[in-house]
Design a protein around this ligand. Structure first.
Ligand SMILES: [Zn+2]
Ligand SMILES: [Zn+2]
Length: 261
C-alpha cells in the first residue's frame, strides 16, 4: 500500500501569546498526541515530542523567537506517542520511574499487524476507532521507510518529581506526579493562569487505564487530586483544550465507571 506524501508533517497552532500547540494530523487519533511549546524569557519549554516520524526540532525552532535560547523537552510520560523526538533536544526531563524507557525505548512498529491483539482491543474498548493498516495515513517524504521506524534513545539529562518547579524566568509551573495512566505520568500546574498541562492523566477523549503499567487505583487518586484543584483550563496530552467545568464532568464519569467516587 502506498501512502500519500505530505510536506508538512506537523501542524502548529498558536494558542496564546506564549503558547503553541503542535499536532501530527496524519497519525491515527490513538497515537496523535499534543505537543505544547511554552515560550519563556530565559528558556522555552516543549511538553512532549510526538511520534518522532519526522524531524521536530526545525519546526519547534521555527516557532521560537530566539532559537538560540535553551529549550527544555519535558516528557510527561514515556509512551511512544510522547517521546518520539525527545532525542532532538539537549535538555530532557522525565520522572525517574520512567527513566529507563526514555533511555532505551521499547521497539514499536507503525504496522497495525505488529501490535498485539490485546492492545488493539483495549483501544477499541476504550472508545477509539479501529486502527488503520498503519498508524499513519501519510508519510513525510517519498522515501520514508515505514518499516525502519524506531525511537532513538534519549537518556534523561535531569529528573523531575512532584513539587518541583519548571522555571522559564518569567513563567513558572509546578510539576505534578499524576500516576495511573503510567507510573511516572507528569502534569504541569501553572497556578497564575489556573492552567493544567495534564499529559495523558486527563484529556477530552477516551482515557486509557487498562494497559501494561497502568493502575485504576492510582488513576482514581490522581483524578480526585485534580478534582480539588482550582483548574480553569486543561491542555491535555490528546484532543483540544477544555475548561474546568468539563474537567469535573470527565472526572465524575471515570470515578463512577470505576466505582471509586
Ligand atoms: Zn498519549
Ligand atoms: Zn500515554
Amino acid at each position: 500500500m502506498k501512502l500519500p506524501v505530505v510536506t508538512s508533517w506537523y501542524e502548529p497552532r498558536r494558542l496564546g501569546d506564549r503558547l503553541w500547540l503542535i499536532t501530527e494530523p496524519h497519525v491515527h487519533p490513538i497515537f496523535s498526541a499534543n505537543m505544547h511549546l511554552v515560550l519563556g524569557r530565559d528558556a522555552d519549554l516543549l511538553i512532549d515530542s510526538g511520534m518522532g516520524i519526522a524531524p521536530l526540532r526545525p519546526v519547534v525552532d521555527g516557532l521560537r523567537p530566539d532559537p538560540d535560547k535553551p529549550v527544555i523537552c519535558l516528557s510527561t510520560h514515556t509512551h511512544v506517542d510522547h517521546i518520539g523526538a525527545a532525542h532532538e533536544f539537549e535538555t530532557r526531563l522525565v520522572h525517574p520511574v520512567e527513566a529507563d524507557e526514555l533511555a532505551s525505548p521499547s521497539p514499536y512498529s507503525l504496522r497495525r499487524a505488529d501490535l498485539s491483539a490485546a492492545l488493539q482491543e483495549m483501544f477499541v474498548e476504550a472508545g477509539y476507532d479501529a486502527l488503520w493498516e498503519y498508524l499513519v495515513d501519510a508519510v513525510p517524504s517519498a522515501d520514508y521507510d515505514l518499516d525502519a521506524y524506531a525511537i532513538p534513545p534519549a537518556p534523561a539529562t535531569g529528573f523531575v518529581e512532584d513539587g518541583d518547579v519548571i522555571d522559564l524566568g518569567d513563567w513558572r509551573a509546578e510539576v505534578l506526579h499524576l500516576p495511573g495512566h503510567s507510573p511516572g505520568q507528569l502534569g504541569l500546574w501553572h497556578a497564575e493562569s489556573h492552567t493544567l498541562f495534564g499529559g495523558d492523566a486527563v484529556y477530552d477523549g477516551p482515557l486509557i487505564y487498562d494497559g501494561p503499567g497502568m493502575s485504576i487505583k492510582d488513576y482514581a487518586a490522581t483524578l480526585k487530586r485534580l478534582r480539588d484543584m482550582p483548574i480553569h483550563t486543561v491542555h491535555g496530552g490528546h484532543d483540544p483544550a477544555f475548561d474546568g467545568v468539563w474537567l469535573q464532568a470527565i472526572i465524575k464519569d471515570y470515578l463512577e465507571r470505576w466505582d471509586m467516587t
